[in-house]
Every structure is written in structure tokens, then in C-alpha cells.
Write a protein that binds this ligand. Structure first.
Ligand SMILES: [Zn+2]
Length: 198
């Protein structure tokens, strides 16, 4: 893996931005050599690092079995889902391993965008499942069911088209004026087409 200088990398704006830490390495003022950083945690072996961002870890707050992380350092990653590059920030690592106390071997494999999207999917799936089970959803809840169903179908999370069809029919009966129904109907039609091709 070739290491690009942080400067050229940031000026081209090629990293997926993090909502709190941005999209460029954050120099810390702490001077630790790249060799020491790599010796400080075996897992950093293959990563591109930005040594000027290093932070000294408080290993007493970490959750580890044999080897703690001695340092945190901004590391360049490639998202496992969308394959775009992003930075796993030293400050974020400190938050993960000292505040949240994730096990020190936990790795960050998805970019901030994909992590946010999967949180949204989980949240909407929970709401959809709760409302789907309700006998008499309110008008507002029916709208959520329609919109969540459309979203989750588009993200490949829901596959049962007859359940979604029943949501659509319920909505047509009770909130027929709601424009979201047309989107759901379209999404179901497209998914049927894909399933019949498969
Ligand atoms: Zn991604």
C-alpha cells in the first residue's frame, strides 16, 4: 500500500467525511515514530498511518486480553461495503476503547456514511416490525409503515412482498390520499420484476 501525503489527500477531498472529525488527518502535536506506532499495536501492521496524529492511550481504561493499544493514530481504511477510503480517527479510537470500552481488537470496517445508513436501517426495521404487528395502527403509523416498507425494500432488507402488499392495501383503505403509497407500489412492482428474473 503506498502512503500518500496527508496534504495531497485532503486537498483532493477523497475521504468520506466523519460528522465529528471531518475528512482530513488531525495533527495532535504528539511525536511518536511510525515504527513505534506499529510496534504499539500489532493490528496496525498493514494500515496507512498518519503519525503526526498519534495520541498516547490510557491502557488502564482498555478492555484487552494480552496486548493493549499503546497509541491511537489516524489510520486510512477502505470501506468494506462501498469501498471508499475513510479515516478511522485517533480520537474516535480513544472514544471506542476507553469510553465505550470496546474490546481493543475491534476494528472499524465501514465508512461513516455506511455506518449511519445501517443504523437507520436498524431503526426503521424495528419500527416497521412493531407497527406491522399492530392491529389498528393510527394514520400516522400507517404512513410510517408505508415509508419504512419502501425504504427497507429498496435497501434489500425486506423480501416478503406479500407482507408489503398487505401494508399497501391497508394504507389504500385508510389513508388513500397519502402520496407515499405510490412509491411503495412502485418499489413492490420493481422488486417483483427482479424476483421473477432471478
Ligand atoms: Zn461505506
Amino acid at each position: 500500500m503506498s502512503r500518500k501525503s496527508p496534504k495531497s489527500a485532503t486537498s483532493s477531498g477523497q475521504y468520506v467525511p466523519h460528522p465529528r472529525y471531518g475528512s482530513s488527518p488531525r495533527p495532535s502535536g504528539v511525536k511518536i515514530s511510525e515504527t513505534d506506532l506499529r510496534l504499539g499495536f500489532w493490528r496496525l501492521h498493514g494500515d496507512t498511518l498518519f503519525p503526526e496524529t498519534a495520541l498516547i492511550a490510557d491502557t488502564s481504561k482498555q478492555n484487552f486480553s494480552i496486548y493493549p493499544r499503546k497509541y491511537y493514530v489516524d489510520a486510512l481504511r477502505s470501506c468494506r461495503r462501498c469501498h471508499r477510503p475513510f479515516i478511522f480517527f485517533a480520537k474516535e479510537q480513544r472514544y471506542w476503547f476507553e469510553t465505550l470500552r470496546f474490546f481493543v481488537d475491534a476494528d472499524c470496517v465501514h465508512c461513516p456514511d455506511c455506518r449511519r445508513e445501517s443504523r437507520t436501517v436498524q431503526r426503521r426495521l424495528r419500527r416497521y416490525s412493531d407497527l406491522f404487528a399492530k392491529n389498528e395502527p393510527s394514520r400516522k403509523e400507517l404512513m410510517f409503515l408505508v415509508d419504512d416498507g419502501t425504504y427497507l425494500l429498496a435497501h434489500g432488507v425486506l423480501k416478503n412482498l406479500s407482507n408489503l402488499g398487505s401494508v399497501k392495501n391497508r394504507a389504500m383503505k385508510d389513508i388513500s390520499e397519502y402520496p407515499g403509497i405510490a412509491c411503495l407500489a412502485e418499489a413492490i412492482k420493481a422488486a417483483r420484476h427482479v424476483q421473477s428474473e432471478a
